[in-house]
Design a protein around this ligand. Structure first.
Ligand SMILES: C[S@@+](CC[C@H](N)C(=O)[O-])C[C@H]1O[C@@H](n2cnc3c(N)ncnc32)[C@H](O)[C@@H]1O
Length: 267
């Protein structure tokens, strides 16, 4: 953070200052080195981890929720073979608009085919990105409003429960303090069916990130570490099935995380 930066936190800051198109450019455009780093390498690491846990074959079910998806679909590419219905969600309207555009295959939607191709290559079945995109589009049954700081988090879904909940880059990023952070995790566990799994992508050691934020602004994060995440999930009654560090520290400008952690836990 520089001394001129404005720190943003809370739901209204997101509604007013989170720019979905900028976020996609900052984080997910693989053909362009927008952040001065190897963004493809970043994405390959992430998608490989997600692929690995689904390749074991024991994560499957009917309904999956992605909480705080942003304008992104990458998190459910692997899962789309294992869950029949996917509800994707975000707080910010501009993000939901991007998700809807992609689901409708609008001519100006973001191109996720390079990311989908990475997953198809990892699976090695010869499936094309276009074929897999079709499956994923068919399985996305809803693009819903969510507020992770409220219970129910998805007011339009009538308190339904899920066989899996995915939350990548959301819990620390949305929580203004420890109480809210605990509340979000407890709510995720509450809305899992017994035996259901949660998949978290936690930003460890982060106090801010600025991707998707306009000039001189950054979003505040709750600063946590590996032990706090794991012990909290255990206290909430889940069993850790998988955990891994991604070796993706922040660059100090876009964010100050020490690493990104991927955790899968079962209720
Ligand atoms: C760092 S982005 C992560 C987006 C995406 N999951 C990814 O992996 O790139 C944080 C996301 O949290 C969303 N968000 C902000 N406030 C929220 C809230 N109260 N409830 C749920 N999501 C929220 C933002 O709109 C944004 O999409």
């Amino acid at each position: 953070m520089s001394s001129t930066d404005v720190f943003l936190a809370g739901a209204d800051a997101y509604n007013n200052k989170f720019d979905a198109e900028q976020y996609l450019k900052d984080c997910y455009q693989l053909d362009q080195d927008v952040v001065g780093k190897d963004s493809k390498n970043w994405m390959v690491k992430w998608l490989t981890q997600i692929h690995k846990v689904f390749a074991k074959g024991n994560l499957k079910g009917k309904k999956l929720l992605e909480l705080g998806a942003g304008p992104c679909i990458y998190a459910t590419i692997s899962a789309s073979k294992h869950y029949d219905e996917i509800v994707t969600s975000d707080y910010v309207k501009g993000n939901r608009e991007q998700l809807t555009k992609w689901r409708n295959n609008d001519h100006d939607c973001f191109d996720w085919n390079p990311h989908i191709q990475i997953v198809c290559d990892l699976e090695g079945n010869g499936e094309t990105a276009e074929e897999r995109a079709k499956t994923l589009r068919e399985r996305i049954v809803d693009v819903a409003f969510c507020d992770a700081l409220k219970d129910p988090m998805l007011p339009s879904r009538n308190g339904e429960k899920y066989d899996a909940i995915v939350a990548f880059g959301v819990v620390e990023e949305v929580a203004p303090d420890r109480n809210s952070w605990l509340q979000i995790l407890a709510c995720i566990v509450k809305y899992l069916n017994p035996g259901g799994v949660l998949l978290l992508g936690n930003s460890l050691g982060s106090t801010f990130y600025r991707r998707g934020a306009s000039n001189n602004r950054a979003f505040a994060c709750y600063k946590t570490d590996r032990d706090e995440v794991i012990s909290t999930l255990e206290i909430l009654g889940t069993t850790i099935l998988y955990e891994s560090m991604l070796d993706l520290p922040g660059d100090g400008y876009f964010n100050d995380r020490t690493d990104k952690m991927f955790v899968v836990a079962q209720k």
